[in-house]
Design a binder for this molecule. Structure first.
Ligand SMILES: C[S@@+](CC[C@H](N)C(=O)[O-])C[C@H]1O[C@@H](n2cnc3c(N)ncnc32)[C@H](O)[C@@H]1O
Length: 189
């Protein structure tokens, strides 16, 4: 993938310093920059189906395990929190339902699932095969510049994920668009 193939939205900024994530945390698609692992350290179990992505993620106190989010190898009600930080944008639509179902299963009652992602519109630029964003993430005094881009074959927005959560037994505690990206905090009822 080269930059010329990607339609980028404006650079987005996000400050995770004060985000509330409690107890044992399952980070879905936690390879890449391993942002949640960098934020919460040893409370985090980062799973990713690609070994290379986990190996690429910065070293830290968090545990990295190769695992498919469609088939989580954890017992029911094992986690207090689950996160998907710019992961669902990479997952084919047909896998979303199963992944939400699995996350709901492994969360304790009252557990929370936090999603950060961005709206993808209908493809309107045939020469751009990918859709992406540059992101500046702040964690306390540290600033991480990164970028995420996915094949431009699906559309998604905050309402799509809100409905998927509701369908799978989550309520929404908090949700808001943040400029070009969005954030949803679900709770397992
Ligand atoms: C680019 S990362 C997202 C950013 C990452 N959370 C970070 O902190 O930088 C998306 C990851 O989701 C992973 N992924 C996609 N589908 C998956 C699935 N079904 N199960 C587990 N991981 C998956 C990909 O392998 C990829 O590493």
């Amino acid at each position: 993938m080269v930059d010329e193939d990607i339609k980028f939205i404006e650079t987005q900024k996000i400050d995770l310093t004060d985000v509330k994530l409690t107890g044992r945390i399952l980070d879905i698609g936690g390879g890449g920059e391993g942002i949640i692992g960098q934020l919460k350290g040893e409370s985090v179990i980062a799973i990713d189906r690609r070994e290379s992505e986990l190996k690429e993620a910065p070293l830290g106190d968090y545990l990295k395990i190769i695992m498919d989010a469609k088939d989580l190898k954890f017992l029911d009600e094992s986690f207090d929190t689950a996160t998907a930080f710019f992961t669902l944008m990479y997952v084919p639509i047909e896998n979303h339902q199963k992944i939400f179902q699995e996350i709901h299963r492994v969360l304790k009652k009252g557990g929370e699932f936090l999603v950060w992602d961005f709206p993808i519109p209908k493809r309107d630029t045939p020469e751009k095969e990918f859709y992406g964003l540059h992101l500046e993430v702040k964690i306390r005094k540290k600033k991480i510049s990164t970028g995420y881009a996915t094949r431009w074959v699906k559309e998604q927005d905050i309402e799509y994920y809100t409905n998927l959560g509701a369908f799978n037994g989550f309520s929404v505690v908090e949700k808001y668009p943040l400029d070009g990206i969005f954030y949803i905090r679900f709770r397992k009822e």
